[in-house]
Write a protein that binds this ligand. Sequence first.
Ligand code: GDP
Ligand code: MG
Length: 192
Amino acid sequence: MTITSADFITGAVAPPGYPALRVPEFAFFGRSNAGKSSLINMIVNRKALVKTGARPGMTRQINFFLINKTFSLVDLPGYGYARRSAAEQTAFDRMLAEYCDERPELKVMFFLMDMRREPGAIERDSVAYFQERGIEVFLVGTKADKLGSNDRRATIRAWETFFSVAPDSIIPTSSLKKQGRLQLLSIISSRL
Ligand SMILES: Nc1nc2c(ncn2[C@@H]2O[C@H](COP(=O)(O)OP(=O)(O)O)[C@@H](O)[C@H]2O)c(=O)[nH]1
Ligand SMILES: [Mg+2]
């Protein structure tokens, strides 16, 4: 797939603000700093379509991007920002739940996790949450460049067991080294 256009459409905090794109949509979810924005830039071959390395927790809206005028990529707010207040956490949970429940365009949830970080209850519960709603989930390992090949393989095996998923739903990536791009694009293509 050749990327011919990539445009920021809008940011929204609730369904009335979602754009009426009516194209298949692919969402990116993960802890703050996991590498969501970098991965979207890497997929569409743009250095700065999405702002990266922003102060963690500062992306508090759902950002929609239209690609090739045929599908959209969605940068969801990151979880795990320690300094979030209880009210902000509630707003965050609601934002995610509404997006999952009220966006039929959503085809795939790419759940990004830093490969150096051991997944815990939040990660397992999040995967279960998406699966219960019938949302197809891929586990995207980020920053694979930070691991040697043995550690990378060991991490993938550990995730298979921990999340009880098939190996082909785990995709190691590096935005820095442009690894995993074709695999992600082929998942997207096959669902258009
Ligand atoms: N080494 C390495 N660093 C990365 C990679 N992807 C993102 N980062 C760094 O991780 C930090 C957070 O990235 P960002 O895309 O803003 O994460 P987000 O909060 O999930 O959107 C930034 O400093 C990035 O430069 C990667 O593939 N390899
Ligand atoms: Mg970001």
